[in-house]
Ligand binder design. Structure first.
Ligand code: SF4
Length: 684
């Protein structure tokens, strides 16, 4: 019983939202999840945030796709507002009809225009097994490396810097290692909204005396617990970080033994930051020189200092440089390779770490083995028994551009298979992305809802939600964790792993993954063989028993290594490579036409494009609106004031949240619903 509620069964799984990877138990009654409890997992110790605890009923939402859909002939490809009846655009189909059309057309495009005419977006919301099989389908069935996912717009720049500097794209220490830190340097991250349970470890650390330094143009909630806040000017990260490195070198705070024995290229770094004194950089970044010096001293002199960062670091034209500076700051102070120290790029999605590990990126096979490395290429050709392309594929960004290329362009992308991603809502340039997707000759979308992207599809395949399948996901701490099926998919929706295999079979691939739930254990075992260097010791049986194991884990009796780089770095020299970064301006500067700098963020109750959380009753009730924070001076300049409300529409495409289904035009209108304004979209 949960309180007074009777439960039919309890199923252990992992939260499907953020990269913290909290372990949960679903309480199921009458084939519905009625509540969620936190389990004593290594990342959460029973804690859950509001999304993990209350964001489960999206799986039962009436909007769920329950039948394959095929676009009706002649219907224009456009994203339709909520409330428009999908039957005007699509018709229901059988699985055989939909799969034959989906795979047959992709195959025809490949055979007519060549392998590069096709591309696939996998998902960081799916399991490791789905990611592995999806990239294998693209590489062996489509015939190119045109496979990517949202990591491209997330931590790809951090990973580039980490691979270059330390030889591994993953974190050096788990989040809750902050309990051993004396100083926590948090930059470009709002953890109370984005990684809420991770934020609780940071707050606990502050309570026991650790110093939090929050570096962010916006002082967020965690700032209440900070020892110092560096509210630097947007886009001046490198200037500020170079000033910290300069101070460490200038004031003799370098860990000489660490730099001598475990790094390379120190002299180049030193020469680069020579002109970046705090006094010189203070006018650039807006932080007083003495504050920069004070923070640099505290970071270097603490017994253990740890750096955690988020999208505020990576989503810049100089995102890789930002991460290079963080690596250098850690290295020159010797703050890596021991408890409470190191580098932690906080992964966003629940499985963005695992999807990248599994090879869902255009230049890497599983386990970050480059497709253009002759040895890796030959190994995978032998392993998969087929010829493979040895040229890196197009990225998410390039695929969108290639979809809009001229018809005569031999590199034009003409067909796509998108599984569980929603670029028509998440892409930074929505008009461009929607135009690109609508321009494709053939688009297959596999999802649980008719997302903005699915509205542009030729074939829509109804998939399974996270509680409806068994599979593993890898969290931000490098823990491979087991999610278990608690429910059956609704109607005729099917597990994603089954759908991928059906597409593969129709494209001529002879795969044979036998076993329960579309052979998920067999797929995992094959993936483990391809990723021996990191997960060889994490067998399926072990995950069934232990639920969560950290990699690298090289044998079945290896407990896994939460802290890495204790002896050496996985680089060709075994040492960390210091890479200098120059101060360069952001790609766009405010001007008279575009006077504001906008910084994106997230709401605690919602997740990415909202396709799940906007359909979770509690979450949507708690936070029904998107918000923008504007400085009071700016608001006054625009003619507004505290407490005022603006009803001018920004992009009025939507439906009122009441049942009236009033569709908004592209201008401010009012519907006649009885709800208070706070319950409606701001365009009402
Ligand atoms: Fe889920 Fe992340 Fe919240 Fe944990 S912190 S319950 S993983 S959303």
């Amino acid at each position: 019983h949960i309180g007074s509620q009777k439960v039919d069964r309890k199923v252990d799984s992992v939260c499907p939202f953020c990269g913290v990877g909290c372990l949960i138990t679903y309480n199921v009654r009458d084939e519905k999840i009625i509540s969620v409890e936190g389990r004593d997992g290594p990342a959460n110790h029973g804690r859950l945030c509001v999304k993990g605890r209350f964001g489960f009923d999206y799986a039962h939402h009436p909007d769920r796709l329950t039948m394959p859909l095929i676009r009706k002939p002649g219907v224009p490809k456009e994203v339709r507002p909520y409330g428009v009846d999908w039957r005007d655009t699509f018709r229901e189909a059988t699985w055989d009809e939909a799969l034959d059309l989906a795979a047959g057309t992709l195959k025809g495009l490949r055979d007519t225009h060549g392998p590069k005419a096709l591309a696939g977006f996998g998902s960081a919301k799916g399991s490791n097994e789905e990611a592995y099989l999806f990239q294998k389908l693209v590489r062996t069935g489509f015939g190119s490396n045109n496979v990517d996912h949202c990591t491209r717009l997330c931590h790809a720049s951090s990973v580039a810097a980490l691979l270059e500097g330390v030889g591994s794209g993953a974190v050096s220490n788990p989040v809750n290692d902050v309990e051993h830190a004396e100083l926590i340097f948090l930059i470009g991250s709002n953890p109370t909204a984005n990684h809420p349970v991770a934020a609780t470890w940071m707050k606990n650390a502050a309570k026991r005396g650790a110093r939090i330094v929050l570096a962010d143009p916006r002082v967020t909630d965690i700032g209440r617990h900070a020892w110092r806040t560096l509210q630097f000017k947007a886009d001046t990260d490198v200037a500020m970080l170079n000033a910290l490195i300069h101070t460490v070198i200038d004031e003799g705070l370098v860990d000489e033994a660490f730099v001598r024995d475990r790094t390379t290229d120190f002299e180049a770094l030193k020469a680069n930051v020579m002109g970046c004194s705090p006094e010189a950089m203070a006018p650039v970044c807006g932080i007083p020189a003495e504050t920069l010096r004070e923070v640099a001293r505290a970071f270097a002199q603490a017994k253990a200092s740890m750096i955690l960062w988020g999208m505020g670091v990576s989503q810049h034209v100089h995102g890789t440089d930002n991460a290079r500076c963080l690596i250098a700051l850690c290295a020159v102070t010797g703050q890596i390779g021991k408890p409470g120290s190191g580098l932690h790029p906080l992964r966003g999605q629940n499985n963005v770490q695992g999807a990248s590990d599994a090879g869902l990126i255009p230049m890497m096979f599983p386990n970050y083995q480059r497709v253009d490395n002759a040895g890796a290429h030959a190994w995978f050709e032998g392993f998969w028994g087929t010829k493979l392309d040895d040229a890196p594929g197009y990225t998410v960004v390039e695929i969108m551009h290639k979809a809009l290329a001229e018809g005569s362009d031999p590199h034009k992308v003409r067909g796509m298979y998108i599984m569980g991603e929603n670029p028509a809502m998440s892409d930074p340039d929505l008009n461009h992305a929607r135009h690109a997707l609508a321009s494709l000759s053939h688009l297959v979308v596999q999802d649980i809802f008719l997302t903005e992207t699915a509205w542009l599809a030729d074939v829509v395949l109804p998939a399974s939600a996270w509680p409806e399948k068994t599979g593993t996901a890898s969290n931000t701490d490098r823990m491979v964790q087991m999610g278990r099926r608690a429910l059956n998919p609704p109607g005729d929706a099917r597990p994603d792993l089954w759908v991928i295999q059906q597409i593969a079979a129709r494209m001529g691939l002879a795969w044979d993954y036998e076993g329960e739930e579309s052979g998920v254990a067999a797929v995992y075992d094959e993936m483990r063989q391809a990723m021996r260097a990191s997960i060889e010791g994490i067998t399926w049986d072990r995950l069934e028993r232990e639920s969560s194991v950290t990699y690298p884990c090289l044998s079945e009796d290896d407990p896994g290594q939460p802290i890495v780089f204790t002896e050496q770095f996985p680089t060709p020299t075994g040492r960390l490579k210091l890479v200098p970064a120059s101060v360069i301006p952001g790609a766009e500067q405010p001007d008279d036409a575009y006077p504001l700098v906008l910084i994106t963020g997230r709401q605690l109750e919602h997740w990415h494009t909202g396709s799940m959380t906007r359909r979770s009753a509690v979450l949507d009730a708690l936070e029904p609106l998107a918000t923008a924070s504007v400085h009071g001076d700016e608001l006054a300049r625009l003619g507004g004031g505290a407490g005022g409300r603006w009803w001018r529409c920004v992009r009025a495409v939507g439906r009122c949240r009441c049942a009236c289904a009033a569709t908004m035009a592209r201008r401010a209108v009012r519907c006649s619903c009885p709800l208070p304004m706070s319950r409606r979209l701001p365009i009402c």
